[in-house]
Design a protein around this ligand. Structure first.
Ligand SMILES: NC(=O)c1ccc[n+]([C@@H]2O[C@H](COP(=O)([O-])OP(=O)(O)OC[C@H]3O[C@@H](n4cnc5c(N)ncnc54)[C@H](O)[C@@H]3O)[C@@H](O)[C@H]2O)c1
Length: 260
């Protein structure tokens, strides 16, 4: 028996990149996956690819900014699969920073919070009654970022990711009596389309990672699957960095240190 056999899993922003890898991973481990994305064609492509490789998946067009669409996605997962056991909050928004902080505009700033933080809030609110009815196997995995820990640019996105880590801890305690665990994975630099046409930047980033490379979407999918699984039955409220050691040392400083 595969570890997620019979599970209903809903992933937001799963039409490409990390979300797609998470969807494929759950499906490979036997889950019934609802691939949701605000871009219908992306969601449909991923769901079809999962079915082509023998898995079970449906797609749903869902912008996490839209409460009605979020509730409809949750309803589809429950109607199609009979239960909703795992929610992965992966959709995000990240605008580049202006040169000077005082030149921020409200629109992009609020948008980063609206999708990255409030989108997850909306999904949790809609999914929680079903996760709580999942017989103790209900789990939420939020996708954070190393940007929540240190300054790597993207002011509003980083603050929203830090708030998401806080919300993870709050929810972990609130939801524990209802048999739902809530954890967060904090990726470092991951090779996705977010870095398309920025090969040089990726190589530069890799040189700062103690493990000598940037991450791949599958590195994150493996951590998400672990936290959602019975192997993590006594783990809730944690932030799990999956970042090749980026946050535990300062390679640049060490390299630039004058030798004796
Ligand atoms: N790629 C990285 O280097 C990196 C680093 C740290 C954290 N992360 C986090 O990983 C997650 C996925 O990143 P990625 O690089 O795979 O992203 P990506 O840009 O490759 O894909 C994101 C997907 O989300 C969808 N999406 C965007 N806004 C949406 C909305 N409002 N509602 C629903 N879907 C929406 C997009 O259509 C797209 O398919 C994000 O939470 C991101 O913050 C990524």
């Amino acid at each position: 028996m595969t570890r997620f056999e019979g599970y209903g899993v809903l992933i937001t922003g799963a039409g490409q990149g990390i979300g797609e890898a998470i969807a494929r991973r759950f499906a490979a481990d036997g889950a019934n996956v609802l691939v949701t994305d605000r871009d219908s064609s992306r969601a449909m492509r991923v769901a079809a690819a999962i079915r082509d490789s023998g898995g079970t998946a449906e797609s749903h067009t869902c912008d996490v900014a839209d409460r009605t669409a979020v509730e409809a996605a949750v309803a589809q997962a429950v109607a199609s699969f009979g239960s909703l056991d795992v929610l992965v909050n992966n959709a995000y928004s990240c605008h580049p920073d202006p040169t000077h902080f005082e030149d921020h505009e409200d629109g992009p700033w609020y948008q980063d919070f609206e999708i990255t933080l409030h989108g997850a809030y909306r999904c949790v609110r809609a999914a929680l009654p079903y996760l709580a009815a999942a017989g103790g196997r209900g789990a939420i995995v939020n996708i954070g970022s190393v940007n929540a820990e240190q300054h790597f640019g993207c002011h509003a996105y980083s603050a929203a990711k830090a708030a998401l880590a806080s919300l993870t801890r709050t929810l972990a305690v609130e939801c524990a009596p209802r048999g739902v665990r809530v954890n967060l994975v904090e990726p470092g630099t991951i090779r996705t389309s977010a870095w398309e046409n920025r090969q040089e930047a990726l190589e530069h980033a890799a040189s700062h990672y103690p493990l000598g490379r940037v991450g791949e979407p599958d590195d994150i999918a493996a951590a998400v699957a672990f936290l959602a699984s019975a192997d993590a039955a006594w783990i809730t409220g944690v932030t799990l960095p999956v970042e090749g050691g980026l946050l535990v040392g300062n390679l640049a400083m060490l390299r630039e240190m004058p030798q004796e």
